[in-house]
Design a protein around this ligand. Structure first.
Ligand SMILES: [Zn+2]
Length: 131
């Protein structure tokens, strides 16, 4: 277990993540309204309020493939917010080293440092069969 980062402003990053979360939820909500399915839009707005409700899970239940990218980002943000609460935000999930602040500025929801991220991508590429 690590101590929470004290060299970065955690509450500022939490604010960034929450604003980003809200923007994506609004985005998804607009997308759903375009489908003229008010049921979905209502669901999203309900889910946007309570902090403990996972919007990502709700959207997976709706199974809307065109929203997959938003859902994925939302899931990453919710995970990052959970890590803020747990005191592990900004610490690489794989190697346990602090993630440089510039990286967190660029990708606030990332759970991995650059090295572990590229290792994860290499591993993923290796699993993908080539044609
Ligand atoms: Zn790492």
């Amino acid at each position: 277990m690590h101590e929470p980062r004290n060299d970065i402003d955690l509450s500022r990053f939490e604010g960034i993540l929450k604003r980003r979360r809200k923007a994506i939820v609004d985005d998804i909500s607009r997308e759903l309204e375009k489908h003229e399915d008010q049921r979905f839009a209502d669901l999203i707005q309900q889910a946007a309020d309570p902090d403990d409700r996972s919007v990502a899970d709700l959207l997976v239940d709706l199974n809307l493939s065109e929203l997959n990218r938003d859902v994925e980002e939302l899931r990453a943000i919710e995970y990052a917010l959970a890590r803020v609460r747990a005191g592990s935000y900004g610490i690489c999930r794989a190697c346990g080293e602090p993630i440089p602040e510039e990286r967190l500025e660029a990708i606030p929801e990332t759970p991995l440092c650059v090295e572990c991220q590229s290792r994860a991508e290499e591993a993923r590429d290796a699993r993908t069969p080539s044609l």
